[in-house]
Ligand binder design. Structure first.
Ligand code: ASP
Length: 339
Protein backbone atom coordinates (compact mmCIF):
# COMPACT_ATOMS: atom_id res chain seq x y z
CA UNK A 1 0.00 0.00 0.00
CA UNK A 2 1.36 3.51 -0.83
CA UNK A 3 2.56 5.73 2.03
CA UNK A 4 0.14 7.71 4.14
CA UNK A 5 -1.24 10.94 2.77
CA UNK A 6 -1.47 13.01 5.96
CA UNK A 7 -2.31 16.08 3.92
CA UNK A 8 -5.36 14.45 2.27
CA UNK A 9 -8.31 16.82 2.49
CA UNK A 10 -10.89 16.39 5.27
CA UNK A 11 -14.33 15.19 4.23
CA UNK A 12 -17.54 17.03 4.80
CA UNK A 13 -20.52 15.66 2.88
CA UNK A 14 -20.17 12.24 1.23
CA UNK A 15 -22.57 12.44 -1.69
CA UNK A 16 -20.88 11.91 -5.01
CA UNK A 17 -18.01 9.42 -5.47
CA UNK A 18 -16.52 11.55 -8.24
CA UNK A 19 -14.95 13.89 -5.68
CA UNK A 20 -12.52 11.23 -4.44
CA UNK A 21 -9.03 11.24 -5.86
CA UNK A 22 -6.45 8.50 -5.59
CA UNK A 23 -4.67 10.06 -2.60
CA UNK A 24 -7.93 10.21 -0.65
CA UNK A 25 -8.82 6.64 -1.56
CA UNK A 26 -5.41 5.32 -0.54
CA UNK A 27 -5.65 7.34 2.65
CA UNK A 28 -9.10 5.96 3.48
CA UNK A 29 -7.99 2.40 2.75
CA UNK A 30 -4.96 2.82 4.96
CA UNK A 31 -7.07 4.27 7.76
CA UNK A 32 -9.57 1.41 7.40
CA UNK A 33 -6.79 -1.14 7.85
CA UNK A 34 -5.49 0.70 10.92
CA UNK A 35 -8.95 0.75 12.48
CA UNK A 36 -9.50 -2.93 11.71
CA UNK A 37 -6.22 -3.91 13.33
CA UNK A 38 -6.72 -1.62 16.33
CA UNK A 39 -10.19 -3.01 17.00
CA UNK A 40 -8.80 -6.53 17.31
CA UNK A 41 -7.12 -5.59 20.61
CA UNK A 42 -9.15 -4.66 23.70
CA UNK A 43 -6.88 -1.67 24.31
CA UNK A 44 -7.17 -0.54 20.69
CA UNK A 45 -10.95 -0.99 20.78
CA UNK A 46 -11.18 1.12 23.96
CA UNK A 47 -9.01 3.80 22.37
CA UNK A 48 -11.41 3.97 19.38
CA UNK A 49 -14.43 4.04 21.69
CA UNK A 50 -13.03 7.07 23.47
CA UNK A 51 -12.48 9.12 20.30
CA UNK A 52 -15.90 10.69 19.59
CA UNK A 53 -18.17 10.26 22.65
CA UNK A 54 -19.32 13.89 22.33
CA UNK A 55 -20.76 13.34 18.82
CA UNK A 56 -24.26 12.29 17.82
CA UNK A 57 -25.42 10.77 14.54
CA UNK A 58 -28.84 10.54 12.95
CA UNK A 59 -29.52 7.43 10.90
CA UNK A 60 -32.38 8.33 8.58
CA UNK A 61 -33.08 5.15 6.63
CA UNK A 62 -36.50 5.18 5.00
CA UNK A 63 -35.71 2.48 2.45
CA UNK A 64 -34.97 -1.13 3.42
CA UNK A 65 -31.41 -1.69 4.60
CA UNK A 66 -29.69 -4.39 6.60
CA UNK A 67 -25.94 -4.06 6.08
CA UNK A 68 -25.60 -0.34 5.47
CA UNK A 69 -27.78 0.52 8.46
CA UNK A 70 -26.15 -1.96 10.82
CA UNK A 71 -22.63 -1.20 9.69
CA UNK A 72 -23.11 2.56 10.08
CA UNK A 73 -24.81 2.06 13.42
CA UNK A 74 -21.98 -0.13 14.65
CA UNK A 75 -19.30 2.08 13.08
CA UNK A 76 -20.71 4.93 15.17
CA UNK A 77 -20.65 2.75 18.26
CA UNK A 78 -17.04 1.69 17.62
CA UNK A 79 -16.12 5.39 17.96
CA UNK A 80 -18.41 6.15 20.89
CA UNK A 81 -20.80 8.20 18.69
CA UNK A 82 -24.38 8.02 19.98
CA UNK A 83 -27.09 7.35 17.42
CA UNK A 84 -30.76 8.05 16.86
CA UNK A 85 -32.75 6.70 13.98
CA UNK A 86 -35.83 6.96 11.81
CA UNK A 87 -36.41 3.87 9.71
CA UNK A 88 -40.11 4.18 9.03
CA UNK A 89 -41.32 7.42 7.42
CA UNK A 90 -44.76 6.88 8.92
CA UNK A 91 -43.26 7.73 12.32
CA UNK A 92 -41.86 11.08 11.16
CA UNK A 93 -43.69 14.38 10.74
CA UNK A 94 -43.34 13.96 6.98
CA UNK A 95 -46.74 12.21 7.21
CA UNK A 96 -48.18 15.46 8.56
CA UNK A 97 -46.98 17.14 5.40
CA UNK A 98 -43.64 18.43 6.65
CA UNK A 99 -41.33 19.01 3.71
CA UNK A 100 -38.22 16.93 3.17
CA UNK A 101 -36.07 20.04 3.71
CA UNK A 102 -37.75 20.92 7.02
CA UNK A 103 -37.36 17.35 8.25
CA UNK A 104 -33.65 17.27 7.42
CA UNK A 105 -33.14 20.69 9.00
CA UNK A 106 -34.86 19.41 12.13
CA UNK A 107 -32.57 16.38 12.35
CA UNK A 108 -29.56 18.65 11.94
CA UNK A 109 -30.64 20.62 15.02
CA UNK A 110 -29.95 17.64 17.27
CA UNK A 111 -26.99 15.80 15.78
CA UNK A 112 -23.54 16.26 14.28
CA UNK A 113 -23.92 14.09 11.17
CA UNK A 114 -26.87 12.71 9.17
CA UNK A 115 -26.53 9.36 7.43
CA UNK A 116 -29.42 8.93 5.03
CA UNK A 117 -30.96 6.39 2.69
CA UNK A 118 -34.01 7.26 0.67
CA UNK A 119 -35.81 5.63 -2.24
CA UNK A 120 -35.60 8.79 -4.32
CA UNK A 121 -32.52 9.65 -6.38
CA UNK A 122 -30.83 12.95 -5.62
CA UNK A 123 -32.27 13.44 -2.13
CA UNK A 124 -28.93 13.20 -0.31
CA UNK A 125 -27.62 15.90 -2.65
CA UNK A 126 -30.67 18.03 -1.85
CA UNK A 127 -30.02 17.60 1.86
CA UNK A 128 -26.37 18.61 1.39
CA UNK A 129 -27.45 21.70 -0.60
CA UNK A 130 -29.74 22.65 2.25
CA UNK A 131 -26.95 22.23 4.78
CA UNK A 132 -24.75 24.54 2.73
CA UNK A 133 -27.37 27.27 3.17
CA UNK A 134 -28.12 27.10 6.90
CA UNK A 135 -26.15 28.57 9.83
CA UNK A 136 -25.37 25.26 11.58
CA UNK A 137 -24.74 22.73 8.81
CA UNK A 138 -23.90 19.12 9.58
CA UNK A 139 -22.32 16.66 7.16
CA UNK A 140 -24.63 14.48 5.09
CA UNK A 141 -23.59 10.95 4.21
CA UNK A 142 -25.41 9.35 1.32
CA UNK A 143 -26.11 5.76 2.36
CA UNK A 144 -27.95 4.98 -0.88
CA UNK A 145 -30.14 7.30 -2.92
CA UNK A 146 -32.71 5.58 -5.12
CA UNK A 147 -31.24 4.00 -8.24
CA UNK A 148 -28.63 6.69 -8.35
CA UNK A 149 -25.62 6.42 -6.01
CA UNK A 150 -24.23 4.51 -3.03
CA UNK A 151 -20.83 6.11 -2.42
CA UNK A 152 -19.88 4.42 0.85
CA UNK A 153 -20.58 1.01 -0.70
CA UNK A 154 -18.21 1.91 -3.53
CA UNK A 155 -15.55 2.93 -1.00
CA UNK A 156 -15.80 -0.38 0.83
CA UNK A 157 -15.72 -2.16 -2.53
CA UNK A 158 -12.50 -0.36 -3.40
CA UNK A 159 -11.06 -1.34 -0.03
CA UNK A 160 -12.02 -4.98 -0.64
CA UNK A 161 -10.49 -4.97 -4.13
CA UNK A 162 -7.37 -3.25 -2.83
CA UNK A 163 -6.95 -5.80 -0.04
CA UNK A 164 -7.68 -8.71 -2.33
CA UNK A 165 -5.01 -7.60 -4.82
CA UNK A 166 -2.45 -6.60 -2.19
CA UNK A 167 0.01 -9.22 -3.45
CA UNK A 168 -0.78 -8.58 -7.11
CA UNK A 169 0.03 -4.91 -7.52
CA UNK A 170 -3.30 -3.53 -6.33
CA UNK A 171 -6.28 -2.58 -8.47
CA UNK A 172 -4.21 -1.04 -11.30
CA UNK A 173 -4.23 -3.12 -14.47
CA UNK A 174 -7.02 -5.47 -13.41
CA UNK A 175 -9.91 -6.72 -15.53
CA UNK A 176 -13.08 -6.28 -13.52
CA UNK A 177 -16.43 -7.77 -14.49
CA UNK A 178 -19.57 -5.96 -13.32
CA UNK A 179 -22.57 -8.24 -13.63
CA UNK A 180 -26.32 -8.22 -13.12
CA UNK A 181 -28.74 -5.34 -13.05
CA UNK A 182 -26.37 -2.57 -14.07
CA UNK A 183 -29.23 -0.24 -14.98
CA UNK A 184 -31.07 -0.02 -11.68
CA UNK A 185 -28.32 -1.04 -9.26
CA UNK A 186 -26.69 2.01 -7.66
CA UNK A 187 -23.59 0.22 -6.35
CA UNK A 188 -22.13 -0.38 -9.79
CA UNK A 189 -22.87 3.20 -10.81
CA UNK A 190 -20.87 4.46 -7.83
CA UNK A 191 -18.05 1.97 -8.31
CA UNK A 192 -17.68 3.03 -11.97
CA UNK A 193 -17.15 6.61 -10.78
CA UNK A 194 -14.21 5.55 -8.61
CA UNK A 195 -12.48 3.57 -11.35
CA UNK A 196 -10.93 6.68 -12.88
CA UNK A 197 -8.46 6.64 -10.00
CA UNK A 198 -6.82 3.38 -11.08
CA UNK A 199 -4.47 2.90 -14.01
CA UNK A 200 -5.21 0.54 -16.90
CA UNK A 201 -8.32 -0.99 -15.37
CA UNK A 202 -10.61 -2.62 -17.93
CA UNK A 203 -14.29 -3.20 -17.25
CA UNK A 204 -16.48 -5.96 -18.63
CA UNK A 205 -20.17 -5.12 -18.30
CA UNK A 206 -22.24 -8.30 -18.19
CA UNK A 207 -25.97 -7.66 -18.19
CA UNK A 208 -29.17 -8.52 -20.00
CA UNK A 209 -29.86 -5.92 -22.67
CA UNK A 210 -32.79 -4.41 -20.76
CA UNK A 211 -30.58 -3.91 -17.68
CA UNK A 212 -27.48 -2.51 -19.40
CA UNK A 213 -25.46 0.23 -17.72
CA UNK A 214 -27.04 3.65 -18.32
CA UNK A 215 -25.55 6.02 -20.92
CA UNK A 216 -24.55 8.65 -18.34
CA UNK A 217 -22.15 6.23 -16.64
CA UNK A 218 -20.84 4.95 -19.96
CA UNK A 219 -20.18 8.56 -20.97
CA UNK A 220 -18.25 9.03 -17.72
CA UNK A 221 -16.15 5.93 -18.47
CA UNK A 222 -15.38 7.21 -21.97
CA UNK A 223 -14.50 10.70 -20.72
CA UNK A 224 -12.07 9.19 -18.26
CA UNK A 225 -10.54 6.75 -20.76
CA UNK A 226 -11.66 3.67 -18.88
CA UNK A 227 -12.03 0.92 -21.47
CA UNK A 228 -15.18 -1.20 -21.23
CA UNK A 229 -17.00 -3.82 -23.26
CA UNK A 230 -20.57 -5.09 -23.02
CA UNK A 231 -21.15 -8.82 -22.88
CA UNK A 232 -24.44 -10.65 -22.74
CA UNK A 233 -23.26 -13.79 -20.91
CA UNK A 234 -20.79 -14.44 -18.09
CA UNK A 235 -19.64 -17.69 -19.72
CA UNK A 236 -18.02 -15.74 -22.60
CA UNK A 237 -15.64 -13.81 -20.35
CA UNK A 238 -15.22 -15.65 -17.05
CA UNK A 239 -11.61 -16.88 -17.60
CA UNK A 240 -10.41 -13.33 -18.37
CA UNK A 241 -11.59 -11.69 -15.16
CA UNK A 242 -9.50 -10.73 -12.14
CA UNK A 243 -12.64 -9.81 -10.22
CA UNK A 244 -16.31 -10.39 -10.77
CA UNK A 245 -18.65 -7.97 -8.98
CA UNK A 246 -22.02 -9.68 -9.00
CA UNK A 247 -25.26 -7.81 -8.34
CA UNK A 248 -28.85 -8.91 -7.94
CA UNK A 249 -31.72 -8.04 -10.23
CA UNK A 250 -33.37 -5.04 -8.55
CA UNK A 251 -36.88 -6.46 -8.77
CA UNK A 252 -38.32 -3.83 -6.41
CA UNK A 253 -38.22 -1.41 -9.36
CA UNK A 254 -40.09 -3.75 -11.77
CA UNK A 255 -43.17 -2.28 -13.37
CA UNK A 256 -44.15 -5.26 -15.53
CA UNK A 257 -42.28 -8.30 -14.21
CA UNK A 258 -39.02 -7.41 -16.06
CA UNK A 259 -36.87 -9.48 -13.68
CA UNK A 260 -38.90 -12.61 -14.43
CA UNK A 261 -37.70 -12.57 -18.04
CA UNK A 262 -34.00 -12.79 -17.11
CA UNK A 263 -32.18 -16.03 -17.81
CA UNK A 264 -30.28 -16.26 -14.52
CA UNK A 265 -27.98 -18.97 -15.85
CA UNK A 266 -26.16 -16.29 -17.88
CA UNK A 267 -25.61 -14.03 -14.86
CA UNK A 268 -24.85 -16.45 -12.03
CA UNK A 269 -21.85 -17.95 -10.29
CA UNK A 270 -22.22 -21.63 -9.55
CA UNK A 271 -19.84 -24.33 -8.33
CA UNK A 272 -19.64 -25.55 -11.95
CA UNK A 273 -18.32 -22.33 -13.42
CA UNK A 274 -15.82 -21.74 -10.58
CA UNK A 275 -13.43 -24.05 -12.41
CA UNK A 276 -13.22 -21.60 -15.33
CA UNK A 277 -12.13 -18.67 -13.15
CA UNK A 278 -8.55 -17.59 -12.49
CA UNK A 279 -7.16 -19.02 -9.26
CA UNK A 280 -6.37 -15.47 -8.11
CA UNK A 281 -9.76 -14.00 -9.05
CA UNK A 282 -12.17 -12.62 -6.47
CA UNK A 283 -15.95 -12.82 -6.34
CA UNK A 284 -17.70 -9.83 -4.80
CA UNK A 285 -21.35 -8.92 -4.19
CA UNK A 286 -22.80 -5.90 -2.33
CA UNK A 287 -25.51 -8.23 -0.93
CA UNK A 288 -28.28 -9.14 -0.40
CA UNK A 289 -27.93 -11.90 -2.95
CA UNK A 290 -30.60 -13.67 -4.91
CA UNK A 291 -30.06 -16.74 -7.05
CA UNK A 292 -27.04 -15.16 -8.78
CA UNK A 293 -24.53 -16.73 -6.38
CA UNK A 294 -25.15 -20.29 -5.24
CA UNK A 295 -24.56 -20.72 -1.46
CA UNK A 296 -22.05 -23.50 -2.22
CA UNK A 297 -19.76 -20.82 -3.74
CA UNK A 298 -19.31 -19.34 -0.23
CA UNK A 299 -16.78 -22.07 0.58
CA UNK A 300 -14.50 -21.12 -2.31
CA UNK A 301 -11.54 -18.99 -1.15
CA UNK A 302 -12.19 -16.61 -4.05
CA UNK A 303 -15.59 -15.66 -2.60
CA UNK A 304 -14.87 -12.49 -0.61
CA UNK A 305 -18.37 -11.05 -0.22
CA UNK A 306 -18.66 -11.84 3.50
CA UNK A 307 -15.33 -10.16 4.09
CA UNK A 308 -16.54 -7.29 1.89
CA UNK A 309 -19.61 -6.94 4.12
CA UNK A 310 -17.46 -6.71 7.25
CA UNK A 311 -15.04 -4.31 5.55
CA UNK A 312 -18.07 -2.04 5.21
CA UNK A 313 -18.16 -1.36 8.93
CA UNK A 314 -14.44 -0.57 9.10
CA UNK A 315 -14.55 1.68 6.05
CA UNK A 316 -17.49 3.55 7.60
CA UNK A 317 -15.49 4.01 10.81
CA UNK A 318 -12.71 5.51 8.65
CA UNK A 319 -15.19 7.84 6.91
CA UNK A 320 -16.52 9.08 10.26
CA UNK A 321 -12.98 9.62 11.52
CA UNK A 322 -12.21 11.75 8.46
CA UNK A 323 -15.42 13.75 8.80
CA UNK A 324 -14.74 14.53 12.44
CA UNK A 325 -11.00 15.03 11.79
CA UNK A 326 -10.08 12.36 14.30
CA UNK A 327 -8.00 10.39 11.80
CA UNK A 328 -4.69 11.94 12.88
CA UNK A 329 -4.74 10.44 16.35
CA UNK A 330 -5.51 7.03 14.87
CA UNK A 331 -2.50 7.34 12.59
CA UNK A 332 -0.32 8.36 15.51
CA UNK A 333 -1.35 5.35 17.61
CA UNK A 334 1.46 2.83 17.67
CA UNK A 335 -0.33 -0.39 16.78
CA UNK A 336 2.84 -2.46 17.16
CA UNK A 337 2.85 -1.62 20.88
CA UNK A 338 -0.35 -3.69 21.19
CA UNK A 339 1.20 -6.91 19.88
N1 ASP B 1 -27.39 -3.32 -0.69
C1 ASP B 1 -27.10 -2.69 -1.97
C2 ASP B 1 -27.90 -1.42 -2.12
O1 ASP B 1 -28.50 -0.95 -1.17
C3 ASP B 1 -27.27 -3.63 -3.12
C4 ASP B 1 -28.66 -4.15 -3.36
O2 ASP B 1 -29.60 -3.86 -2.64
O3 ASP B 1 -28.78 -4.92 -4.32
O4 ASP B 1 -27.92 -0.85 -3.20
Amino acid sequence: MPPLQPEAAPLFHVIDPRVFDRAQLDDLCDLTTRVRLLAKHPEGARFLLGLLPDRRAMLYFVQPSTRTFLSFNNACHVLGIRTSEIRDPSTSSEVKGESFEDSIRTFSSYVDVIVMRTPRSGEAARAADLMNRIPRPVPIINAGSGQDQHPTQALLDIYTLDRSFEEQGGIDGKVIGLMGDLKRGRTVRSLCYLMKNYRNVRLVLIAPEQFALEPDIKAHLRENNIPFVDRARLADVLPDLDAIYVTRMQSEWDTAGETGRVNYADYSITSENLGRMKQTAVIMHPLPRGPEIAPAVDDDPRAVYWRQERNGMWMRVAILLKIFRADGVVRDFDISALN
